[in-house]
Design a protein around this ligand. Structure first.
Ligand code: CMC
Length: 395
């Protein structure tokens, strides 16, 4: 019709204004609120990052203590959620469970449904950030047939999550500091990434004025796909399959398949809509990978070697060079998670846990704008012109 700009996949349309995350895809630069991810990853923990993303500034000591205590006071979930969870099959995919559990939270917080009230929005943000680790750990324990471990609030955010995941009522559990730091870094690197598919989903969903738990559960659902958050799971499955079928010796053959458009095979953990250079998160992840593997005595992890070899070959292959395909954050994160005992099927749920702060901050940013509008894309209609309904015997 010529009335609308046609931009499938939003290749060149900005759908909002935002002051949270900045990416320079050509340089491979990522900033949260102006701070380079390389500095944040080294100098901050995930609670600093949550505060920064939500509030725009890093917390001072007092602000941080206050924020920590707000989050820790909301880590428990209503006991009724356990019954809801029990309706799922034990082998349900954790992302199916998480989509349901997060959406179900909306049924428990009728006290804070006024999304026009900034205080209500704040409490919802804190609740979501605090409860996400509890829900993910519950989904895991349920899949294992093990009892739930309740939050322990004198631990760090990440330490508490590790305990809820791996402790049992039978023995003492001590958080391994290297593992804690590695997982905390995974959380930091996944905290926000401007208008990716799941964040745009949260904004669009939230733009109707729905409650934040419903909007975040839409984000979780979107994240699940293999082109987005599901890539970490798909990447590890790819590495395991390659390892089982010849390992390093078969890398060349595998790469031929990746480059063949008819094979349907992509190098998972590679490529990005915005980064046309090395994803800075992948570099930091690779560093963490080395650190964790060596701390856990897994220096010879064959999957890490395989990943390094795939990267080496890809970065000098014209197919990847011409298309500017580089490793993204998911290329190494699965190897780290596997090393610390997180099952592959839970990887995307961990991503969702970490991205929750970004989603909720973006949702809040949208609602704080007095001029925000419901998101309502237009279309170029390609269907039938007007016609009359034929009687049944003429169809
Ligand atoms: N392996 C092989 N070829 C690829 C890959 C890959 N991983 N990624 C892109 N290409 C090719 C693609 O075939 C196309 O080639 P051509 O121009 O000849 O048709 C070209 O590179 C551009 O790809 P595209 O699919 O048009 O690019 P996009 O911006 O629509 O997609 C992407 C970006 C991330 C979906 C894609 O690179 C991909 O599928 N990567 C693998 C999955 C993955 O790792 N996703 C995680 C992204 S980062 C974390 C997150 O967002 O959750």
């Amino acid at each position: 019709t010529g009335m609308f700009t046609f931009d499938p996949g939003f290749m060149s349309t900005a759908a909002c204004e935002s002051g949270i995350t900045y990416i320079d895809g050509d340089k491979g630069e990522l900033l949260y609120r102006g701070y380079p991810i390389e500095q944040l990853a080294v100098n901050c923990d995930f609670m600093d990052i949550c505060y920064l993303i939500l509030n725009g500034e890093l917390p001072n000591q007092e602000q941080k203590a206050d924020f920590d205590s707000q989050v820790t006071h909301h880590t428990m979930v209503n006991e009724q959620l356990h019954f809801f969870l029990r309706g799922f099959r034990r082998d349900a995919h954790p992302m199916a469970v998480l989509t349901g559990l997060v959406g179900a939270l909306s049924a428990f917080y009728h006290d804070s449904t006024d999304i026009t009230n900034p205080q209500h929005r704040h409490i919802s943000a804190i609740r979501l950030i605090a409860k996400m680790p509890t829900l993910v750990a519950m989904a895991y324990k349920y899949s294992q047939g093990q009892p739930f471990i309740y939050p322990q609030n004198d631990l760090s955010y990440t330490g508490n999550f590790l305990r809820m995941m791996f402790a049992t009522p039978c023995e003492d559990y001590k958080v391994n500091e290297v593992v804690e730091r590695a997982l905390d870094r995974i959380f930091i690197l996944h905290a926000d990434h401007e208008q990716n598919a799941s964040t745009s989903t949260v904004r669009l969903c939230g733009s109707s004025g729905t409650n934040p738990f419903a909007a975040i559960s839409a984000g979780v659902a979107c994240l699940w796909g293999p082109a987005h958050g599901g890539a970490n799971e798909a990447c590890l499955q790819m590495l395991e399959e390659l390892q089982a079928n010849g390992g390093i010796d078969k890398v060349g053959e595998f790469m031929e398949k990746v480059k063949d458009k008819n094979s349907g095979v992509r190098l998972m953990g590679f490529g990005h809509r915005v980064y046309k250079n090395y994803d800075p998160r992948a570099k930091l992840m690779q560093e963490t990978c080395k650190e964790v593997l060596s701390a856990l005595g897994l220096e010879n992890d064959p999957l890490f070697k395989l990943a390094m070899e795939l990267e080496r070959i890809a970065l000098s292959d014209p197919y990847f060079v011409q298309r500017k395909l580089y490793p993204n954050v998911d290329f190494y994160s699965g190897i780290v998670q596997r090393a610390i005992g997180i099952p592959t099927s839970l990887f995307t749920a961990i991503f969702a846990l970490a991205r929750t702060v970004g989603w909720i901050a973006q949702w809040n940013e949208m609602l704080s704008d007095p001029d925000y509008k419901i998101g309502r894309p237009r279309q170029l209609f390609t269907g039938s012109v007007t016609r009359d309904v034929p009687p049944m015997d003429k169809r």
